[in-house]
Design a protein around this ligand. Structure first.
Ligand code: WT7
Length: 641
């Protein structure tokens, strides 16, 4: 059916119009033709944004792993499902066929069951990018357990907060991980996190770095011996369409991380459909997304979307700079990668290095290039297009979010003409609106506003785990009857969208979504700190970096500022992780505040951006004099290591 694989622009518009005219019929046809169901739905869509409540394919029964694995066995049993490329290029790549994947997922699922995990239980996964990571997600889904993957770069305290929030019964981790020349003691981080957790009964430990680590009697178990004993058959649990599939945490502008809850049928249909179309995936292609499965990109477009299409999906354990900056391109050549999906921050980092690292390798297998995570700047887009795509491969700039589950705005290769820095057009089924600050929809083209979605799409998050009110407040309260993304966007003369960035206090650093509040909370834990405020400022490689304004208590006044800076970053590393470290820390006597006591981040942002001529009216501030003193002492190049 043509719906499922769009070939040209005219067809895109036809399909798009159909998806808007009759969304239920549109998604019903996709769902009917491309998936296996134990029972089909009674109703395609039921929704009410005022509650908000959204249900897709109600009444249907399925198991996502049967769609991702079992149904491919007859036709693709020997095809590589997961192609694992280790950190060390001298270690052999591992090709896991669909048949092998079926066996390993079933064994893992049986181990989960043997250890008391039942449908609906939460399992926290804290693993590096090794095959066990993908397999553990699928094993949870096989038995209906809800996985909650925590990116293995997060600190023990960030891990602990997430384990406690979802009351996980089990943690799956490894004895450590390889990242370039470094090894990281993941199990040690888990042990620390679990000091403050009471719900975890079992920790399963995969062996990766073969280090000698302490195992806690009665709680910790090595994974491999359990797998070796487990049966290779595990019947897939019958799941209802709206049964939870996973929780994944994302930062908010305030408060604790939000556990976005994704459910089964809609998520499966939407991620599979978008994967097929946005990457123009064909049967013998080798697809590679460089993200970590700890982020939504990896959930949707390393694991579920590709496998639901019977694709070969590459999992890379390492980093782009090891053993040198040619690593990505060496892997593309080695495995003849057809679709390559990465983040602007990686592109910018690689673009700074010698072109020989790219030119040395044969990249002729590439057909489609993708980018995700933050706006891609013009220069990076051209570098990617010229040097990796050789000016002949379409670049899909895909805009979406943890909350949206799947891509929302993206060119369709060979159909949508691309335009640097534009994510271009909404995918079928995605109905966008730009809103002004008064809450009115802005119609027409060549306009900008706040980006909203005005109709449900199948893979949207259904709630925030344990806090539906917060879900409503965060996403459905700013504009009535619409999902608010938190991003600003402009629509050009032909209706293409360009994302201009966050309009709230979330800052995207190297593609990682960071809320200011948790970082400020961490800094304020330092005994010498009275108050702090974080803003973003433009950075060549990271896109944005963090600038902190810190007020010291009297006890901190005489102290060495460089030592204090190091200590502050140490605290941030402990509470959140190294990704949230500040690049600049300015000590100040005050912060600009409104009369109601709210910090005027707008002014701090301008100072950090060095845009001093246009600070706006500061006279209404509670403490206008503080602005000049901050300007006088602003930091230009001082970087914290
Ligand atoms: C935020 C969501 C989607 C997976 C990775 C990030 C920004 C994402 C783009 C893009 C401009 C983008 C937005 C969005 N963003 N993709 N192609 N162009 N901005 O997921 O951590 O939930 O972050 O990332 O600001 O709201 P996330």
């Amino acid at each position: 059916m043509s719906n499922y694989h769009i070939k040209n622009l005219e067809e895109y518009y036809q399909v798009y119009r159909k998806s808007v005219r009759n969304p239920e019929l549109f998604w019903e046809e996709v769902a009917e033709e491309h998936f296996v169901w134990k029972k089909t739905w009674d109703k395609v869509l039921n929704y009410d944004f005022s509650k908000p409540e959204v249900k897709w394919f109600e009444g249907a029964e399925l198991n996502i792993t049967e769609n991702c694995i079992d149904r491919h066995l007859a036709t693709r049993g020997d095809k590589t499902a997961i192609l694992f490329e280790p950190n060390n290029p001298d270690e052999e790549a591992e090709k896991i066929s669909y048949t092998e994947l079926h066996k390993r997922v079933n064994q893992f699922a049986n181990v989960l069951k043997d250890n008391g995990i039942k449908k609906g239980d939460r399992v926290c996964i804290y693993l590096p990018m090794i095959p066990e990571l993908a397999i553990s997600l699928l094993a949870c889904a096989r038995i209906g357990a809800i996985h909650s993957v925590v990116f293995a770069g997060f600190s023990s305290s960030a891990l602990g907060t997430r384990i406690n929030d979802c009351e996980a019964k089990m943690v799956i981790t490894s004895d450590g991980s390889f990242r370039g020349v470094k090894t990281i003691d993941l199990k040690g981080i888990v042990d620390e996190a679990l000091e403050d957790c009471t719900t975890v009964e079992t920790v399963l430990v995969a062996k990766r770095i073969h280090s000698d680590i302490p195992m806690k009697e009665g709680r910790d178990q090595w994974l491999q011996p359990l797998l070796d004993k487990a049966s290779e058959e595990c019947e897939a649990e019958v799941m209802k369409a709206e049964d939870p599939l996973f929780i994944l945490y994302t930062s908010g502008s305030t408060g604790s991380p939000k556990g976005m809850l994704h459910t089964t049928a809609g998520y499966m249909v939407y991620t599979a459909y978008t994967f097929k179309n946005v990457f123009n995936y064909r049967e013998n292609d080798v697809y590679w997304c460089t993200a970590d499965i700890g982020w939504i990109t990896g959930h949707s477009y390393i694991v579920y979307g590709p496998l639901a299409n019977g694709a070969t999906t590459v999992m890379f354990e390492g980093v782009p700079s090891y053993p040198d900056f040619g690593r990505f391109w060496q892997i593309v050549e080695k495995h003849k990668v057809s679709q390559f999906y990465t983040a602007p921050t990686a592109i910018r980092a690689l673009a700074k290095e010698n072109l020989e690292y790219v030119d040395k390798y044969d990249l002729s297998s590439i057909k489609v290039l993708g980018t995700v995570g933050e706006p891609i700047n013009e220069e990076a887009w051209h570098w990617y297009n010229d040097n990796v795509g050789k000016k002949k491969n379409p670049i899909v700039d895909t805009w979406w979010q943890t909350e949206t589950g799947g891509m929302m705005i993206s060119p369709i290769p060979y159909a949508t003409p691309t335009k640097p820095t534009y994510a271009t057009l909404p995918l079928p089924g995605v109905q966008l609106a730009l809103m002004d600050e008064q809450g009115n929809e802005i119609h027409g083209n060549q306009v900008d506003g706040r980006l909203c979605v005005k109709f449900p799409w199948p893979s949207m998050a259904r709630t925030i785990w344990g806090n539906h009110q917060r879900y409503k407040d965060t996403y459905f309260s700013a504009f009535s009857d619409k999902y608010f993304t938190g991003d600003g966007a402009l629509r050009d003369e032909v209706g293409y969208y360009r994302i201009t960035g966050r309009v709230d206090d979330v800052i995207i650093v190297s593609g990682h979504n960071l809320g200011t509040a948790p970082i400020e909370d961490a800094i304020n834990e330092h005994p010498a700190v009275a108050e702090s405020a974080i803003v973003g400022f433009p950075h060549d490689i990271k896109g944005n970096a963090l600038y902190g304004y810190v007020i010291l208590k009297e006890t901190g006044e005489g102290r060495d500022h460089n030592n204090l800076r190091k200590e502050i970053n140490q605290i941030i590393t402990e509470h959140i992780g190294p990704i949230a470290k500040l690049d600049k820390i300015q000590f100040t006597e005050g912060l600009p505040k409104t009369r109601s006591g709210k910090i005027m981040r707008r002014i701090l942002r301008k100072i950090a951006h060095n845009e001093l001529d246009n600070l706006g009216d500061v006279s209404t501030l509670l403490n206008p004099e503080v602005v000049q003193s901050i300007i006088d002492k602003r930091l230009s190049s001082e970087l914290v290591s």
